[in-house]
Design a binder for this molecule. Structure first.
Ligand code: ADP
Ligand code: NG1
Length: 434
């Protein structure tokens, strides 16, 4: 296909995987560690550097229209996040990092097998793959950790204020192991999952594009505002305290103690912007211009108690999950399953990032033999991840197929991409022609 479109052969290929987050949702942008693994579904790019300063993009999926632009004039459209904008995020990240005045032009054919907008990180796989192609085409190299940090920043050009989980696991993943990803400084530690259980992904088939909606950025802002109010209430310098983790570090408290602080400081009712301004001792104008982001300007109330409760409790669950994997007690599978269930309840009730279809799918997975089941990724649609004892796997898959997919109102067909067991896959890399 590349040859028929570009009339020449690709010079190299880049591959970047999607990921499933086992536990630790919506806490990476608060500074806390997460526990994902790469999946085998990926973005693959066949690439050819060209001497003209033009980027030509084609896609094997006709849903994604061809695109070309001047390599020296990268415009990323946040209001209409069409697919090529994700490629341009990766391209711009590398171009700016190396201050490339004349970046190489590119012919690229892209193919993807990660279900889009389903919480398996198709967008970051595309951004990271594009970053890798641009790096290679311009004869540059970077350590994986730096590439991951650079691509985390670059994806924000699309407008979502995400953390670094997706890009980090995309580059730092290794076959056969999940990873504890910690930030500041970024590092990845192997987490050996217990034998005897499979991790199964099931797609609710509700798509949610983060860049085209404001749910995601509103949650990021709620955590940011909760940070400011907590810091102010404990007489910290709130203006320089940015993340919920910063409050914990400055107060030198455990995560459990932070949960008590949240109970003392916040009321469960939503906070109006007026109340937030009063608490911080700043005017509404200052709040709007100095703190609120572009797509939270019109939001009038923010839930601070619930969001902070979720973040500190979820951060503690990640650490417990990792400890159980390390200590590997006889009942490890049951304990890990309990943590996954608590995580889903917190996402649903406190963080409000689930949806009826995801809750129904989680219930069906638990009734079908999973010991733990939860939404994975940003939520509001997308996939669940369930932990299933190996001996129950076959029955589990048949039950979920029957109870969710066959009976779904839309009569969804179960494709391989909707329900599948997965193993920890490898990270992003370049393949050269032999
Ligand atoms: P995710 O949770 O999968 O990261 P997002 O909503 O953040 O979901 O991003 C999904 C977007 O990524 C799609 O709307 C599309 O623009 C882009 N994308 C995903 N897969 C592909 C692909 N195979 N080819 C081109 N673009 C893709
Ligand atoms: P997905 O599942 O790709 O939409 C998003 C963020 C992550 C993280 C999760 C929630 C981006 C690129 N990804 O992931 O950083 O915050 O939501 O845990 O913004």
């Amino acid at each position: 296909m590349f040859i028929s479109i570009f009339k020449s052969a690709p010079k190299f290929y880049a591959r970047a995987p999607g990921r499933v987050n086992l536990i630790g949702e919506h806490i990476d942008y608060c500074g806390y560690a997460v526990l994902p693994m790469a999946v085998e579904q990926d973005i693959l790019i066949a690439a050819e550097p060209v001497t003209t300063p033009v980027i030509h993009l084609a896609n094997t999926n006709p849903l994604y229209a061809d695109f070309s632009t001047n390599a020296n004039d990268i415009q990323i459209n946040q209001t209409k996040p069409l697919w090529h904008n994700y490629f341009l995020c990766g391209f711009k990240g590398i171009k700016d990092h190396f201050s490339l005045d004349k970046p190489s032009g590119l012919n690229c054919l892209i193919e993807g097998t990660i279900p889009p907008s389903s919480g398996l990180s198709s967008s970051s796989a595309l951004v990271c793959c594009a970053g890798l192609v641009t790096l290679m085409a311009n004869g540059k190299t970077l350590p994986k950790v730096e590439l991951a940090e650079l691509c985390s920043k670059s994806e924000r050009y699309i407008g979502t204020q995400g953390g670094g989980m997706d890009q980090s696991i995309c580059f730092l993943a290794e076959k056969g192991t999940a990873k504890l990803i910690e930030f500041n400084p970024l590092r990845a530690t192997d987490v050996k999952l217990p034998g005897g259980a499979a991790f199964v992904i099931a797609n609710s088939c509700v798509e949610m594009n983060k860049a085209a909606t404001s749910h995601f950025n509103i949650r990021v802002m709620e955590c940011h505002l909760a940070t400011k109010l907590l810091a102010k209430s404990r007489r910290l310098d709130w203006k320089t305290t940015e993340k919920l983790q910063d409050v914990q570090i400055k107060l030198k408290l455990s995560l459990e103690e932070m949960l008590d602080v949240v109970d003392e400081v916040f009321h469960p009712e939503p906070y109006s912007i007026e109340e937030i301004g009063e608490n911080l001792g700043i005017s509404l104008k200052e709040l709007r211009t100095e703190i609120l982001s572009q797509n939270t300007q019109v939001v009038t109330t923010f839930k601070l108690y619930q969001r902070a409760k979720h973040v500190y409790s979820e951060a503690a669950r990640v650490l417990k999950f990792k400890e159980i994997c390390v200590e590997a007690p006889d009942n490890a599978v049951r304990l890990l399953g309990d943590l996954m269930n608590e995580s889903h309840a917190s996402c649903r009730d406190l963080y409000e990032c689930s949806c009826p279809e995801l809750d129904q799918l989680v219930d069906i997975c638990l009734q079908s033999g999973a010991v733990g089941s939860r939404l994975t990724g940003a939520g509001w649609g997308g996939c669940t991840v369930s932990m299933v004892p190996i001996e129950k796997l076959e029955r589990f898959l048949a039950n979920v197929k029957e109870a969710f997919y066959a009976k779904n109102d839309q009569g969804l067909a179960v494709e391989e991409s909707s329900l599948f067991a997965t193993n920890p896959g490898d990270g992003a890399r370049i393949f050269l022609e032999a």
